[in-house]
Design a protein around this ligand. Structure first.
Ligand code: F6P
Length: 546
C-alpha cells in the first residue's frame, strides 16, 4: 500500500470518527443489547472485551479493510518465512522460532534454525536444573541461593517482568535479582545482602558491549574476586549473548556461555537464553510452559481470521485512537499485582519498536505512530492517576488485565480486585451525568447554591474507551500468551504505519554523547565545544563536587 493510499485510509477513518463523535458509548450500549457479543473475541480461556470502545460495525469494517490493504497477513507470513523485514539492519525477525515446538523447519538465509534453537534450550534446561538441584555449585562447594542477572533493556526487562509475574513458581531458597542501571546504587543495594560464595552472576547482553552492562559486570567480578579469589569467576559467572567472543574475552568458560542469534531483537529476547535466570528461578518446565503459551498465541495470530484475531483487533483499535482520534497515550492497567512490571516491559516492547518517524523507505511519516505506553497495577493506580483518566482533558484508552483465579486463597481479596476492575471500565464508559449527580446531591442537606457550585466537579464525562482482557490464571502459559499478544499487536501497528518496528537507532545519539561527556565529567577535559546549558550543568557539577 502506498503512503498516499495510507493517508487516504487514515482520512477515511477520520470520517468514521466524525460520524461517531455525536454518539456516546452509553447510548450505543443502550441501543444494542448484544454489543458485548458483537465486540468480544476469545482465544482459549482468554477473553478480549472490546465493546467499551468508540466503535461501530462500520468503523470496525474500515479498520479490517485497512489491515487487508496493508497486507497484514502477507507481512506476517514474510516475517515467519525469515525474510529480512528489519530492513535497516538487514535481519530476519524470528523470535517466534524460539517458542515453536512444531516439526516444520524455520528458515533464515537458507538454513533451518530449529536445531540450534533446541540445542540451546536443552543447555538452558541442563544448566538451570543443575543450579536448582545443587549439582552445579560455587567454587567453595556452596549451593547457589542467589542469581544476579546483569543486563539492561531487553536483556533485563523481560526476565524481571516474568520472574515477578511467576513468583508463585519460585523457591524461597533461590532468589533472582536484576541489576541494570549504571547507577552504582543498583549494584550496591543488590549485593549488600548477598554472600559471594552462594551467588551466581549471569551477564546478559546481546551485543556484550553495552556500557552499563559491562560496567556492572566488571564491578560484580571485582566484588566476587575480592571475596573468593580470581579463580572463582570460573564457577560464579555465566553469560548470554550473540557475541560469543566477547563472553570468552571476559573470562566466561565455554560451557557457561549461552548463545542466541541476530534475528532475535533485544526487546523480543526473553524467549531466548536471555530467559535463563527465569528458568533458574521458576524451573525449566515452567519456562518451557511460558514458551509454549507464546507459541499458542503465535499460532492464533498466524491462523485466526482477522476479525477474530486478538492481536489484530487490539492493534487496529490502537491505530483507530492514534490516527483517527489523535489520542497520544495508552494505559496498561493490570489488576494483577504480579504484572507490576508489565507496563514497563511493554514500554520497551512498544515504544522502542514503534517510536519511529520515517517509513520503511526513509520518508517522513505523514501520520502519528507509536503512542506513549504507561501504566501501573490496579487498584493502586485508582488512588493515584485515575483521576486524570476519568476527568482530565486527555482521553486515554486503557487495557484492563484480570485473572479469574488468584494463586492465593485469601477471600475477600480477589472478589474485591475483580469488582474494582469491572467498576473502572464501567465508570469510564458510562461517566456520570448532571442529572445523576443532582439526584445524588439532593437529600444531602446542601443548599441549592452549594449544589450548583459542586455539581460540575462531580460530573464525569464518560465515553472513555477501554479493553478488558480476562484470563483464567496468571500461570506460565498464560503469561507467554499475554506477552506474545502484545508483541503481535506492535507488529500489526508497525505494519499499518509502514515503519520498521525492529530497529532502534533513536537510542544511539545519547550513547555517543555520553561517551564524549565522560572525560568532561571525570574532569580530564574541559567542557569547550558544548552548548551553554551543558557547560553550565558541568560547571555546577564540578563546583559542588569540589
Ligand atoms: O537501548 C538499546 C538496546 O539496544 C536495546 O534494544 C537492548 O535491549 C538494550 O540496548 C541492551 O542491549 P544488549 O543486550 O546488547 O546489552
Amino acid at each position: 500500500m502506498s503512503n498516499k493510499a495510507r493517508k487516504a485510509a487514515f482520512a477515511d477513518l477520520a470520517k468514521h470518527k466524525k460520524r461517531l463523535s455525536g454518539t456516546t458509548m452509553r447510548e450505543m450500549f443502550a441501543h444494542d443489547p448484544d454489543r458485548f457479543a458483537s465486540y468480544s473475541a476469545r482465544f482459549g480461556d482468554m477473553l478480549l472485551d472490546y465493546s467499551k470502545n468508540r466503535i461501530d460495525s462500520q468503523s470496525m469494517k474500515a479498520l479490517f479493510e485497512l489491515a487487508r490493504e496493508v497486507d497484514i497477513e502477507g507481512r506476517r507470513d514474510a516475517m515467519w518465512s525469515g525474510e529480512a523485514i528489519n530492513v535497516t539492519e538487514n535481519r530476519a525477525v524470528l523470535h517466534m522460532a524460539l517458542r515453536y515446538f512444531g516439526n516444520s523447519p524455520v528458515m533464515v538465509d537458507g538454513k533451518d534454525v530449529m536445531a540450534d534453537v533446541r540445542e540451546v534450550l536443552q543447555r538452558i534446561k541442563g544448566f538451570s536444573e543443575a543450579v536448582r538441584t545443587g549439582e552445579i555449585r560455587g567454587n567453595r562447594g556452596d549451593q547457589f541461593t542467589d542469581v544476579v542477572n546483569i543486563g539492561i533493556g531487553g536483556s533485563d526487562l523481560g526476565p524481571v517482568m516474568v520472574t515477578l509475574a511467576l513468583e508463585p513458581y519460585t523457591r524461597p531458597d533461590l532468589r533472582a535479582h536484576y541489576v541494570s542501571n549504571v547507577d552504582g546504587a543498583h549494584m550496591a543495594d543488590t549485593l549488600k545482602a548477598l554472600d559471594p560464595a552462594k551467588t551466581l552472576f549471569v551477564i546478559a547482553s546481546k551485543t556484550f558491549t553495552t556500557d552499563e552492562t559491562m560496567t556492572n559486570a566488571h564491578t560484580a567480578r571485582k566484588w566476587l574476586a575480592e571475596a573468593l579469589g580470581e579463580a572463582a569467576v570460573n564457577d560464579h559467572f555465566a553469560a548470554v549473548s550473540t557475541n560469543i567472543e566477547g563472553c570468552q574475552n571476559f573470562g566466561i568458560r565455554e560451557d557457561r556461555i549461552f548463545g542466541f542469534w541476530d534475528w532475535v531483537g533485544g526487546r523480543y529476547s526473553v524467549w531466548s537464553a536471555i530467559g535463563l535466570p527465569v528458568a533458574i528461578a521458576v524451573g525449566y518446565d515452567n519456562f518451557e510452559a511460558f514458551l509454549r503459551g507464546a507459541g499458542e498465541m503465535d499460532e492464533h495470530f498466524r491462523t485466526a481470521p482477522l476479525e477474530e484475531n486478538l492481536p489484530v483487533i487490539m492493534g487496529l483499535l490502537g491505530v483507530w485512537y492514534r490516527n483517527a482520534w489523535g489520542f497520544a497515550t495508552h494505559a496498561v492497567l493490570p489488576y494483577d499485582q504480579r504484572l507490576s512490571r508489565f507496563p514497563a516491559y511493554l514500554q520497551q516492547q512498544d515504544m522502542e519498536s514503534n517510536g519511529k518517524s520515517v517509513t520503511l523507505n526513509g520518508k517522513d511519516v505523514a501520520w502519528e505512530t507509536g503512542p506513549i505506553i504507561w501504566g501501573e497495577p490496579g487498584t493502586n493506580g485508582q488512588h493515584a492517576f485515575y483521576q486524570l483518566i476519568h476527568q482530565g482533558t486527555s482521553v486515554i484508552p486503557c487495557d484492563f488485565l484480570l485473572a479469574v483465579k488468584p494463586h492465593e486463597n485469601l477471600p475477600p481479596h480477589h472478589a474485591k480486585l475483580v469488582a474494582n476492575c469491572l467498576a473502572q471500565s464501567e465508570a469510564l464508559m458510562l461517566g456520570k451525568t448532571e442529572d445523576e449527580v443532582m439526584a445524588d446531591l439532593k437529600g444531602t442537606g446542601l443548599s441549592r447554591s452549594q449544589i450548583k457550585a459542586l455539581l460540575p466537579h462531580k460530573v464525569f464525562p464518560g465515553n472513555r474507551p477501554s479493553n478488558t482482557l480476562v484470563y483464567e490464571k496468571l500461570d506460565p502459559a498464560t503469561l507467554g500468551k499475554l506477552v506474545a499478544l502484545y508483541e503481535h499487536k506492535v507488529f500489526v501497528q508497525g505494519t499499518i504505519w509502514n515503519i520498521n518496528s525492529y530497529d532502534q537507532w533513536g537510542v544511539e545519539l545519547g550513547k555517543q554523547l555520553a561517551k564524549a561527556l565522560l572525560t568532561k565529567v571525570e574532569g580530564s577535559e574541559g567542557s569547550e565545544g558544548h552548548d551553554s546549558s551543558t557547560r553550565g550543568l558541568l560547571a555546577h557539577f564540578h563546583n559542588l563536587k569540589g
